[in-house]
Design a protein around this ligand. Structure first.
Ligand SMILES: *Cc1c(COP(=O)(O)O)cnc(C)c1O
Length: 431
């Protein structure tokens, strides 16, 4: 096992490597020290319930979940066998895919945090203008009168692609004027799809941090504009955190126990940190010390792990250690992490892994072959993490995981893919 200094050296060398968090402590103590609590997640969950009638009406694909934006949890036994045979994994127990790649509305994990942030702002505006009370039926948000009201307001967001999709699609459905500030990594089809929905897409030849800065500046010029701040947003974070409660119910339905003898190991791709951080926070609240959460990042853009391991959080970026920040995993092409997320997860995240782009594509192919499931490259980062963790015998021993290894449930969080057009899928699969 590497210490934090040795790990940063490995990052500089672009090696696939692992960092196990020396500061992860008892979940109870760590959570008690945070400013966010269960009540904050309760509040987010209740708000999503209030908006469910609206979402069900405007996005009928959510009807089976009563207007909640949710994804299946699928056991992937063939993939587990493939990883054991072909990547030298030692994965016992069960391997699941959390299919946020198939989330309705936006086809990525951003349909949780991004949509929630838009809904929170929308409810604030509606309450302040006495358009609704919280006990009302929120399907009124789908009416012409409400859309006309919200068309006076504008949303701005900086994005590598998927956050823009979630804000643009939900924002446009509510009637807002939306401007998405896209970084150079954003895929053309994502820009095209947004423009087709009437969203303004501004393109910059620079990275994600720059696109965010431009969005923030533009929104500040106009009091009717609201900036969705992915780098610092508590709202996004809480929208993601709700996922853990819903997952708890799904595990119970499938008779999967999670307790001291039945550990839950979760591997989540990480960009700026909001999605994996919020989900990690929610999981630790629900499962405490039985949940072990690992972040996965590309070798060229390991911003969150660099911030955590160096202790510098958002005061360091990947260019400071000579990396480019460029990767085929466009959802993870972020050079500087969220300082807010780093501070929030520093004693609850168990560790993380860096993954080469080549490995992402290998796993993308294998998942398609073995299970008939398609996810985008970013969404594959969790597989290599699960594989590498399973080989770390010293760590598994010292963390107590090896004693219950046969009983473990592993969840690879698949973060995007459903909206990828057929032609693009073929290109990824041919890669
Ligand atoms: C945004 C995104 C992530 C990571 O989320 P962050 O909040 O940026 O850390 C992972 N995978 C995909 C496909 C994404 O779009």
């Amino acid at each position: 096992m590497l210490n934090s200094k040795e790990f940063v050296r490995e990052l500089q060398l672009r090696h696939e490597s692992a960092w196990m968090n020396p500061n992860v402590g008892s979940a109870e103590t760590a959570l008690a020290a945070l400013p966010l609590t269960r009540a904050d997640v309760d509040d987010a969950e209740a708000r999503l319930e209030r908006f469910a009638p609206f979402i069900k009406k405007v996005f009928p694909e959510t009807a089976a979940d009563r207007g909640l934006i949710e994804s299946p949890l699928t056991e992937i036994e063939h993939m587990r066998a493939w990883l054991n045979e072909n990547e030298g994994a030692q994965l016992a127990g069960k391997l699941f895919l959390k299919r946020d790649s198939d989330l309705p509305v936006a086809g990525s994990v951003k349909a949780r945090g991004g949509c929630y942030a838009v809904l929170k702002h929308t409810e604030n505006l509606a309450l302040a203008n006495r358009l609704v009370e919280t006990r009302d039926d929120y399907s009124v948000f789908a009416t012409r009168a409400f859309r006309d009201f919200f068309s006076q307001y504008e949303l701005h967001v900086g994005s590598t692609g998927n956050l823009g999709l979630s804000i643009g699609i939900m924002g446009a459905a509510l009637g807002y004027r939306v401007t998405v500030h896209m970084s150079a990594d954003a895929r053309q089809w994502k820009k095209d799809l947004l423009r087709a929905k009437g969203v303004t897409v501004l393109e910059y030849g620079a990275d994600y941090s720059y696109a965010v800065q431009k969005g923030r500046e533009r929104a500040a010029e106009d009091p009717r504009s609201y900036f969705i701040d992915d780098e610092n947003s508590v709202d996004l974070f809480l929208g993601y955190a709700v996922a853990a409660r819903r997952l708890k119910a799904q595990l119970a339905e499938q008779n999967i126990a999670v307790d001291e003898e039945h550990p839950l190991l979760v591997y989540i791709p990480c960009g700026v940190g909001g999605a994996p951080g919020g989900i990690c926070f929610g999981l630790k609240q629900e499962f405490g010390d039985a949940a072990h959460v690992y972040f996965a990042e590309p070798v060229e853009a390991p911003c969150m792990l660099l911030g955590l391991a160096s202790g510098l959080q958002n005061a360091i970026c990947v260019q400071d250690i000579g990396l480019t920040g460029r990767t085929a995993a466009d959802g993870l092409a972020v050079s500087r992490p969220s300082g807010f997320v780093g501070e929030t997860v520093k004693a609850i995240v168990s560790g993380g892994f860096t993954v080469s782009d080549e490995r992402l594509f290998n796993d993308l192919h294998a998942l398609h072959e073995m299970e008939g499931l398609f996810v985008e490259p970013s969404a594959c980062a969790g597989f290599a993490s699960a594989v590498e963790l399973s080989k770390m015998t010293d760590y598994l021993e010292s963390s107590g995981l090896s004693a219950h290894w046969e009983n473990a449930a592993h969840i690879v969080w698949a973060t995007g893919g459903a909206l990828v057009p057929e032609g693009e899928r073929e290109k990824y699969l041919a890669n």
